[in-house]
Design a protein around this ligand. Structure first.
Ligand code: AP5
Ligand code: MG
Length: 223
């Protein structure tokens, strides 16, 4: 199964992708996580991306398509779920080009997580994540078992530098201007798009998503 998951900052892309990837044995590819790893390793790509990420702007399309082409080339036969890519219509067209190598590789389904802008701000300020395994928590909504400590590996949780209110406002602006049109791009291409109400709590969102995906898998149109 090949899934694209779209949604605003704080829609819960990372949270839901981890659960979806585990249930359907998919490779979870988060463009934001890959960029953050590149930054941490001090690579040329990481240096190039830094100023865009710090201000909440999008990294240029050609950089992103090349980076994701490399990541996607390592996909197992069970498939992938893309988190944070494509984020512009140009990137979506670039991804289509990559996948059209064979018709069998087309995107099977797009999940569009819909969340209100007012909810995003609250989620971002309360987010904490594990720098080692990438697990995502929230100080009120999704607490770790021990305060400030990752359940999986005991690492101290950190706040993302781009979660300040000013940068979140820029990320939301970029989402509305550049990423929302990607949903229409897929609808026009006759790709199945499911809108999911992501204002609900995380477990309810997961239940909605699993219901849709289980039906797709059972219909055997998707492996
Ligand atoms: P990226 O890392 O992708 O950030 P983002 O899109 O802003 O999304 P987030 O990771 O902030 O939110 P999320 O939807 O994953 O939510 P999460 O599950 O963590 O990108 C960062 C930057 O990299 C960009 O600004 C850009 O510069 C660059 N970039 C990346 N990809 C790019 C691309 N393709 N092109 C160009 N540039 C690119 O949840 C958030 C919080 O809410 C957590 O605390 C969580 O516990 C909580 N939560 C989640 N779901 C719920 C729920 N249902 N109810 C209550 N709380 C919830
Ligand atoms: Mg994320």
């Amino acid at each position: 199964m090949r899934i694209v998951l779209l949604g605003a900052p704080g829609a819960g892309k990372g949270t839901q992708c981890k659960r979806i990837a585990a249930r359907y044995s998919l490779l979870h590819l988060s463009s934001g996580d890959i960029l953050r790893n590149q930054k941490a390793e001090g690579t040329e790509l990481g240096k190039k991306a830094q100023s865009y990420m710090d201000s909440g702007e999008l990294v240029p399309d050609e950089v992103m398509v090349e980076m994701m082409a490399d990541a996607i080339s390592k996909t197992p036969p069970s498939g992938f779920i893309l988190d944070g890519f494509p984020r512009t219509v140009n990137q979506a067209a670039g991804l289509d080009k990559l996948l059209k190598v064979s018709d069998d590789q087309k995107i099977d389904v797009v999940l569009n997580l819909k969340v209100d802008d007012q909810i995003v701000a609250k989620r971002m300020t309360g987010r904490r994540s594990c720098p080692k395994c990438g697990a995502v928590y929230h100080i009120e909504n999704l607490k770790p078992k021990g305060e400030g400590i990752c359940d999986n590996d005991g690492t101290e949780l950190v706040q993302r530098p781009d979660d300040s209110p000013e940068v979140v406002a820029n990320r939301l602006k970029a989402y509305h201007q550049q990423t929302e049109p990607v949903v229409d791009y897929y609808r026009k291409n006759n790709t199945t798009v499911y809108d999911i109400d992501a204002n609900k709590d995380a477990d309810e969102v997961t239940a909605l998503v699993f219901e849709k995906l289980d039906t797709l898998v059972k219909s055997s149109s998707v492996k």
